[in-house]
Design a protein around this ligand. Structure first.
Ligand SMILES: NC(=O)c1ccc[n+]([C@@H]2O[C@H](COP(=O)([O-])OP(=O)(O)OC[C@H]3O[C@@H](n4cnc5c(N)ncnc54)[C@H](OP(=O)(O)O)[C@@H]3O)[C@@H](O)[C@H]2O)c1
Length: 297
């Protein structure tokens, strides 16, 4: 018997790729998929394909039980309120509670590496959501601790290039086992469309871990620019970002990523992606080759 699968945040960049993999890679029938979003009008193309599109906003706890009704397995995509610590946790708790009340069997959640010990300032949102799943009486759940996306470079690289290739970093020799967003979407789709019950935690990394200097060298070679990592202390990074106009809380949040990397919290390469998908994740070199024009600006 077919099961009803729901993806929240379906208009987001990860959510869209999860829908792609459910429909086109795995071949789930559109009638077995529910896509929720705060903007149902943005998913008209999916609705035309036969996917059931529903409105769901985690800020509106009352509406969620109905939005999740009749669903067997639900992918809870973490929200993007990164700079408002605590709000995300409330949103995610609302979603977990609603999934339980709606009778969902299995919730899959997109978390981050080592949320309990991470130095990233928003880590408590993920640790708290994982704790909410563990404390719930849901029959089963799967936590996907997603490493950082290669795609984050689209946000960070322009300022490096604008500074003549100077990459100010407080990450030291800390390594990053980054992975592509599309691979993470594929893994989420496979877990969602699968039948695994129970309580599972996976950490999804790329196949290699690189220091910031190693990343800079690979990017520079790919786009034909010289990129030099300039080591700075964490506080120096904060002050530099504030000097460039960033509000202090955002500067502190961004700097906490480097502190976390330096502390070795995102350098662990795991086999979990292969275990889930049976495939090797895209390497950084492959990703750079595929995204060269967009990165070069
Ligand atoms: N691992 C990494 O490197 C990395 C990088 C960036 C973000 N993330 C995390 O992964 C998530 C997905 O990444 P992405 O690239 O798809 O980000 P994105 O394109 O910015 O998507 C943000 C998502 O948050 C959802 N959302 C925001 N507020 C919501 C609310 N009140 N109720 C329900 N949903 C809400 C959006 O859903 P709708 O717009 O469809 O309602 C959307 O799916 C992010 O939200 C963030 O938690 C991870």
């Amino acid at each position: 018997m077919s099961q009803k699968l729901l993806v929240t945040g379906a208009s987001g960049q990860l959510g869209q790729r999860v829908l792609h993999h459910l429909l086109n890679t795995i071949g789930v029938q559109p009638a077995d998929i529910v896509a929720t979003t705060r903007k149902p009008e943005s998913l008209a193309a999916l609705a035309a394909r036969g996917v059931s599109v529903r409105a769901a906003n985690f800020d509106d706890a009352q509406s969620l039980e109905q939005a999740f009704a009749g669903v067997d397995r639900l992918l809870l995509v973490s929200t993007d309120a990164l700079d408002r610590p605590g709000l995300r946790l409330t949103q995610h708790r609302n979603a977990v509670n609603a999934a339980k009340k709606a009778g969902v069997n299995h919730v899959v959640y997109t978390s981050m590496p080592n949320p309990e010990t991470s130095l990233v300032l928003f880590a408590p949102d993920h640790a708290g959501t994982e704790a909410a799943l563990a404390a719930s009486s849901l029959p089963g759940w799967t936590v996907l601790r997603n490493h950082w996306y290669f795609e984050n470079l689209f946000q960070s690289l322009p300022s490096v290039l604008a500074a003549g290739g100077q990459w100010f970093s407080a990450a030291g020799d800390g390594k990053l086992a980054n992975i592509s967003r599309d691979d993470l979407a594929r893994a989420a789709a496979v877990v969602l469309a699968g039948s695994a019950g129970g309580k599972n935690v996976y950490t999804l990394s790329g196949e290699e871990a690189l220091t910031t200097a190693e990343q800079a060298k690979a990017i520079g070679a790919s786009i034909g620019r010289n990129i030099a990592v300039i080591p700075v202390p964490v506080e120096g990074l904060v002050q530099g970002m504030m000097g460039a106009g960033l509000p202090e809380p955002i500067a502190r949040l961004f700097a906490s990523f480097d502190a976390n990397t330096a502390a070795g919290q995102v350098g662990n390469v795991t086999e979990d992606y292969r275990r889930i998908t049976g495939l090797a994740p895209q390497t950084f070199a492959e990703w750079l080759a595929a995204n060269k024009p967009a990165l070069a600006g």
